[in-house]
Design a protein around this ligand. Structure first.
Ligand SMILES: Nc1nc(N)c2c(n1)CN(C(=O)COc1ccccc1N1CCC(C(=O)O)CC1)C2
Length: 157
């Protein structure tokens, strides 16, 4: 089972605010799409709800949604009620905060975008222990909006 996690965070660790992402960086979204295309993506119900309907389910990927609600279902979503139920051998965890924290112990590979600003928000990236090391990095990319961001791949030592 190889578990990948992918997220974008502000310098101060914020990944979400009131059910949305407090920035819009199309270039970064394109990189997310490229990295996950063709794979299984696993997300919490709130992240599913945060996707615009036109891209829900995320096209070209098997969308697995984790929820405690036994009655929840949605067109295009494979519903799962606990992380232990996920037995796929290779998938990408795409949020949100609680889901990243739940899967971090099982993750083998992280793709972390850091945006070079501090954001206001209520949801944070998982705390990474010293066992996580950057295995490759894009270096700073300047977005159309002038914001700088970088994408690091991390592996466990
Ligand atoms: N590094 C990294 N990790 C993450 N987990 C995520 C990102 N960046 C960026 N994210 C989002 O913006 C979430 O999605 C969207 C949100 C609002 C509007 C469009 C979108 N979509 C973007 C993805 C498109 C696709 O993939 O097809 C469909 C449209 C999740």
């Amino acid at each position: 089972m190889s578990v990948h996690m992918i997220w974008a965070q502000a310098r101060n660790g914020v990944i979400g605010a009131a059910g949305d992402i407090p920035w819009r960086l199309p270039g970064e979204q394109r990189l997310f799409k490229e990295r996950t295309m063709g794979s299984t993506v696993v997300m919490g119900r709130a992240t599913w709800d945060s996707l615009p309907e036109r891209v829900r389910p995320l096209p070209g990927r098997r969308n697995v949604v984790l929820t405690r609600d036994p009655g929840w279902k949605a067109e295009g979503a494979v519903v799962t009620h606990s992380p232990e139920e996920i037995t796929e051998d290779d998938f990408w965890v795409i949020g949100g905060g609680g889901i990243y924290a739940a899967f971090l112990p099982r993750a083998e590979h992280l793709v972390r975008t850091t945006i070079d600003f501090d954001a206001e928000g209520d949801t944070f990236a998982p705390d990474l222990g010293p066992e996580w090391v950057v295995s490759s990095s894009t270096g700073w990319i300047t977005a159309e909006t002038g914001h700088r961001y970088r994408i690091d791949d991390l592996e466990r030592l």
